[in-house]
Design a protein around this ligand. Structure first.
Ligand code: APR
Ligand code: PHB
Length: 390
């Protein structure tokens, strides 16, 4: 098989890049190790920055998002038993975010790709990017035990944190930066109406909690738990009780409980690989970085990486310029590190750290108080939450 761009991974990054390339007439193929069903079964985040939503429109895969997505102009921070609204719209000159599940984004992009007939190989085993330090890269993979080869001009490693692309880079060509947190997020989805029209991020002595949603009839909740917790130790009843204990009384009263349809535990960490380009191989999305979910940046950084990478590939093939590709890594990493900074700040401000002393709690409290006494402080929060410009 031959193509111009071989994309490894059929998550949001791979599918979005593939659609933009296809729409621009640049041939590409997606190689995905899981089945379509497995990819679509993953429960992930649900807050889209305006830039991400615009990328889906640009990919001609945004119509259901525009119909079903929930525009949000703010969210609440809860601490000391009270809720304080962060007016995103008022502090960013009218920007907002769109609440729309990543699973839906992935489905819309997958459906769009199928409709265009662009090539995608699912359940491709042992995918391996090769010779990307030369001008003749290729990717091998296996289906039903038979090895196949894709000759290409570029390889986009969109295969996530556990993918093969970053691992295929020689150790002396890559530097990684990592920060792991001493807690995790236990999340559930339940078909009950959300407790509030907007999201609520809660700082509580028992730990962080987040009230989110997927639709007016489907809620998404999280509580911070010790890193060694096991999902099987958390019945629905225990989860609902712990969530309500971390919310202001009136909010806790208003929570509609019900059976969970999904329950999972996520480790909280930040990770960045530098650079994001290795000859003809480019890393985009979780393959290159992981952010703490507190700032809802993971999916949105995948979108901004794809924005820069697609621009570079389009300029290469259409304008015969490699300037965009040469600039990709620095531009993407500049935005990645600012999102890591913001997510780390939100995580530090809202979570209870096991080794946190009284001084640390006082600083956390001052941080939260300051937000609602300073327009500049709230503007910092708002402009990062809606997403910094591309
Ligand atoms: N070969 C082929 N495909 C692979 C391989 C491999 N060796 N390893 C992983 N993959 C696939 C995974 O099965 C997955 O479908 O690559 C895809 C990577 O998708 P994501 O992990 O969703 O990463 P990305 O597309 O960058 O999207 C980032 O997804 O995980 C969330 O929180 C994250 O919201 C963020 C978003
Ligand atoms: C979610 O709805 O899953 C979600 C929302 C906001 C976050 C993280 C996760 O910051």
């Amino acid at each position: 098989m031959r193509t111009q761009v071989a994309i490894i991974g059929s998550g949001p990054a791979g599918l979005l890049l593939g659609q933009l390339l296809t729409n621009a007439g640049i041939d590409n193929v997606i190689l995905e190790r899981a089945s379509r069903e497995h990819v679509l079964s993953r429960i992930r985040a649900g807050v889209l920055e305006e830039g991400t939503a615009s990328m889906l429109d640009e990919a001609d895969a945004g119509s259901r998002m525009r119909r079903e997505g929930l525009p949000h102009e703010g969210f609440d921070l809860a601490f000391d038993g009270r809720r304080h609204r962060v007016d995103l719209h008022g502090h960013t000159g009218g920007k907002r975010v769109l609440v729309y599940g990543q699973t839906e984004v992935t489905k819309d992009l997958m459906d769009k790709r199928a409709a265009t007939g662009a090539r995608a190989v699912y359940e491709a085993a042992d995918v391996l990017p090769q010779d990307f330090a030369t001008g003749r890269p290729y990717v091998t993979y296996k289906v039903d035990g038979r090895t196949h080869r894709v000759d290409c001009e570029f390889i986009a490693g969109c295969d996530g944190y556990h993918g093969i692309s970053r691992k295929s880079v020689p150790d002396d060509a890559i530097e990684t930066f990592e920060c792991t947190y001493p807690f995790g997020w236990l999340g559930i989805i339940a078909d009950v109406p959300p407790v509030n029209e907007e999201l609520i991020y809660a700082n509580h002595p028992r730990g962080f909690a987040l009230c989110s949603m997927r639709s007016p009839t489907r809620s998404r909740y999280y509580v911070q738990v010790p890193v060694e917790e096991k999902v099987e130790d958390w019945s629905d009843a225990r989860f609902w009780d712990e969530l309500r204990r971390r919310l202001p009384a009136a909010t806790a009263e208003a929570v509609t409980t019900g059976p969970s349809i999904e329950k999972s535990l996520a480790a909280i960490r930040a990770f960045v690989a530098e650079p994001l380009r290795f000859g003809r191989l480019f890393l985009a999305g979780d393959a290159g970085h992981i952010v703490p979910p507190t700032g809802a940046k993971g999916l949105n950084l995948a979108a901004s990486d794809v924005h820069y990478l697609f621009e570079g590939l389009r300029d290469y093939y259409i304008d015969k310029s490699s300037a965009g590709l040469d600039a990709y890594s620095a531009k993407a990493l500049d935005r990645v590190w600012k999102a890591v900074r913001f997510s780390r700040w939100m995580t530090s401000t809202l979570h209870r750290f096991p080794d946190q002393d009284a001084f640390g709690q006082k600083i956390q409290h001052a941080e939260l108080d300051y937000l609602f006494q300073s327009r500049a402080a709230l503007t910092m929060l708002a402009e990062n939450y809606v997403g910094l410009p591309y």
